[in-house]
Design a protein around this ligand. Structure first.
Ligand code: ZN
Ligand code: ZN
Length: 336
């Protein structure tokens, strides 16, 4: 079986003709297999959804319990037969519940990794390399300039700043699913034990993480209805990046704006966004992680999706590995 007969790009997403299913479709389809809960990968309105229990739970929190006709929970490492095609989910290390999807049929094995990273993250299971014929990789940070430093070093900079400016508040912008909880957990692992104040958009997901035994410590709502600015003196506040542009952010005393994102490697981006304390913390693989992972899978062919496709394709070619961009549309990781 040729790889391109087992999985092929369609406007709805990556399609498996023999299995009659899509992976992370961007439009409603009959059967969807979903790698993780970020909204560009996990959409509502499919007739049936197969995903890890955590991803199904996260979709339920975001879209309501009727987000799909029927759902089935995939157990990591357990093979499921779909119209004669073998499907197995493996951890991707991206956010809670995130999985790579291995699709195997007539001796051809393709792994669709979804989004992934290799840096240790206490809020999800680590990425597990799976040997395969074709590895489908993202390339969000697929340029050699992108190197993510150890996350605890980035968090240490926040705590240092908080100690230096005890009268000011620190506002950390972080994606509501995954990044925000990882930042909170990193603060706890660094010994920060005061309450962390969170924007309302993070409440349900953070509560869900806590219910899955991911200890985020004491979280308090960042609302001023009940009090004044003084209540947030020296506070660390976490909220989705979009919230920092609106009135919500003005309630905090002399805030220092921080943003946790792989894009913070680019100084200009931080400057443009008015970010005083950029934190290079990403839930995506950096350049070194991408190329190490490609080698580890032993794949003879690499398909590259959303991001900086050209550079990674070129690197593969120089290494003697066949590669092509998939040009899938509808995936955005700008804030990550
Ligand atoms: Zn993602
Ligand atoms: Zn993505």
């Amino acid at each position: 079986m040729r790889a391109s007969d087992l999985l092929k790009p369609r406007p709805e997403g990556l399609y498996c003709p023999p299995g009659d299913f899509f992976i992370d479709p961007v439009r409603p389809v009959g059967r969807a297999l979903i790698t993780h809960g970020h909204s560009d990968h996990a959409r509502s309105g499919h007739r049936s959804v197969l995903a890890t229990q955590e991803t199904l739970d996260i979709m339920g929190l975001r879209y309501g319990d009727d987000f799909a006709g029927t759902t089935q929970a995939a157990i990591l490492g357990e093979t499921i037969d779909i119209n004669g095609v073998s499907v197995t989910f493996h951890p991707a290390g991206h956010v809670l519940g995130s999985a790579q999807i291995c699709v195997e049929h007539q001796g051809m094995r393709i792994v669709a990794s979804g989004d992934y990273k290799r840096q240790k993250d206490a809020t999800c299971l680590p990425f597990e390399p799976v040997s395969c014929d074709v590895f489908i990789t993202e390339a969000t940070f697929g340029l050699p300039v992108f190197r993510h430093p150890p996350d605890h070093e980035e968090i240490a900079r926040v705590l240092k700043s908080a100690a230096r400016f005890p009268e000011r508040s620190h506002l950390i912008g972080a994606y509501a699913l995954g990044k925000a909880q990882r930042v909170m957990r990193l603060l706890r692992d660094a010994g920060y034990d005061r309450p962390i104040y969170i924007h309302g958009a993070l409440a349900k997901l953070s509560e869900y993480y806590q219910s899955k035994d991911i200890d985020l410590g004491e979280l308090e709502p960042a609302t001023v209805e009940s009090g004044g600015k003084a209540d947030f003196t020296g506070a660390i506040v976490v909220g989705p990046p979009a919230a920092f542009a609106d009135r919500w952010a003005r309630r905090f005393p002399d805030p220092i704006s921080c943003f946790a994102s792989g894009w913070m490697r680019i100084r200009q981006r931080a400057k443009q966004g008015g970010v005083e304390l950029p934190l290079i913390i990403s839930d995506h693989a950096d350049w070194n992680e991408l190329i190490a992972t490609i080698k580890e899978t032993g794949a003879e062919e690499i398909w590259v999706t959303h991001g900086r496709e050209e550079a990674l394709v070129r690197w593969c070619e120089l290494e003697g590995i066949a590669a092509r961009p998939l040009h899938l549309v509808g995936y955005e990781d700008e804030g990550d």
